[in-house]
Design a protein around this ligand. Sequence first.
Ligand code: DO4
Ligand code: MG
Length: 285
Amino acid sequence: MKLCRFRTANSRARVGLVIEQTVHDLSAEGVDRLTALLEFEGLIPQLQNFASAPGVPRLDLAEVELLAPVEHQEIWAVGVTYLRSKKARMEESDFSATAYDKVYDAPRPELFFKALPEKVVGPGGTVGIRQDAAWNVPEPELALVVNSRGVLMGYTIGNDMSSRDIEGENLLYLPQAKIYDRSCALGPFVRVNATEAEARTWPIGLSISRAGAVAFRGETSVGQIKRTFTELIDFLFRSQTFPHGAILLTGTGIVPPDGFTLAEEDRIEISIAGIGTLSNLVQRV
Ligand code: DO4
Ligand code: MG
């Protein structure tokens, strides 16, 4: 079962329940905000009721514009949760290598702020690479959708766009490597009825095409994430409240080879079995 934010021509943003190729428009049932829906205690039975309610308009998925599945949630990210990410970062950095090594094994994970909701790029939108960075990569990540009580309500796909040369020069430059215009994409759906055990079986695929040819392709699995989702959410919510909930990217396990950098007009496609495919074009910002 999946949720989306969408609009049709000249309409406001609405919330939909996606079943196969059909979007059930939940505004007919008085549901206008994803945030409110994610606070429901019995979300799945409620969605089942909506799916069979006669008054709910059904739209063809191909005919709606999908929006990023975020309203007022802050977007945070975890780093160095996959062995692949730790190794790549130790190699790219001269003097911060031990920091990555230590955080991979430490009880406390690396958590960092990634984006404000209004800055997030949705499905089909354009993600950015910095003017002052020469080595840019996408980071395809499972994103946890968490409500205000810290309950994991669903999963979406996140792209934690990163400038590797800036991060590699000095770890204190991490916010500049990670936070800039169009540096975070989310979507296309929020998958709601999957346990952590099920999500851990999902492969994650990344494909980057340039001028019609594949420039890079890679794959990993959610199961390679070192820490549990409960542990990650627990650390995020320590001494911090999220009145609208939060979205937490869980780290990357796919790193293109060192000679690879993104170029304008590249197409990035991130697929996570169980959710869908997030597709974005690249532009310098
Ligand atoms: O330590 C820096 C960021 C790590 C990261 O974004 C990742 O592992 O995905
Ligand atoms: Mg990342």
